[in-house]
Write a protein that binds this ligand. Sequence first.
Ligand code: C5P
Length: 402
Amino acid sequence: MAGVANQNILLGVTGGIAAYKSVELARLLVKGGARVRVVMTEAACRFVSPLTFQAVTANPVRTQLFDEAHEAAMGHIELARWADQMIIAPASADFMARMAQGLADDLLSTLYLASTASVTVAPAMNRRMWRHPAVQHNLSLLEDRGIRILGPETGEQACGDTGIGRMSEPSEIFAALDVAAGSGLFAGRKVLITAGPTHEPFDPVRFIGNRSSGKMGFAVAQAFVREGAEVLLVSGPVQLATPAGVQRINVQTALQMREAVFDNIQAVDIFVACAAVADYRPESPRENKIKKTDDRLELNLLRNPDILAEVAALEKGPFTLGFAAETENLAENARAKLSKKKLDMLAANRVGDDLGFESDDNSLLVLWPNGEKQLPLQNKQQLAHALITLLEQQYRDAGRGD
Ligand code: C5P
């Protein structure tokens, strides 16, 4: 499918150090076949020269509302009409506030009001500014208006702080715009993914859990989004940022995860169970912290529902992909699990000896009822992409892709 190729993309650049990254975004868009026109605010021009964007896009860059020469060539209303998509990257706190209030005191804010194109905003600012109630209030106003917000991400900031506020990577923003333009193997498909561990409390401060980092499930979510799917990620407690374009519901326990899954499963085409769900939960969690007065402590555990098996048993349910972490007899146990849970596919990996859970690399044996394929050791992002490519073939073969 086409994606951004042949689309008219209006790239709005506002004042922030992340403006230099938008040069790369402009380059990716041009490389992807889009026609790109850049509009910069006055503050943006202090960080990057308009000439840089002009060289990358081969189009003049506009910076002023009252510019007779430019208005004579392509007036601002014409430019607003021209755009198929509008992306503001980086979007400063100030610019988001002006969008929220509907101000039209410069060219870019005027274009935002005059355009009917779909609008995506990639905020970038200091972490304290991002958390300020005024910014969060403006953010929700923009979201309520149907504007898509990408990021910001967590990490090092130009000001020396570490935290939330970095602009999403240009490749992520590009992928999101490409997807919005209808590209990808899973364009138009809805995918629900579970990821991470579950924590089963036995008193207010302690729980039974496991070592799942959630990295594989998050990588699978990102791979699906990049291939055009609408992704809902139900995540147990993990230390990971939500991939751009993914909708996320946070849960703690298996029962909460089950509820979040079944609240949403009806609308879903594909269900991927990546979570390491605790098989058992404490029968009666104590109300108060347990004191260490006795030498022995007995906990009664109850079996948790098997979310994946329940989804696979649904009549007219989604296509299902399960994961199996095994310490021994990988292929044998995995095939038994595939048929016992009546899954469409199962991805099995060996765990133990520091393999699998917290690592950035992994390998998978992928099984389906009449075949299998070994995906070699590689980083989890690459592996996730290889996995969903295999899934797409099976999904189509099962007659679900039509
Ligand atoms: O049976 P086992 O726990 O090895 O199966 C693993 C697969 O089943 C994974 O895909 C996991 O997400 C899913 N599962 C589940 N609910 C459970 C246990 C496992 O969805 N209670």
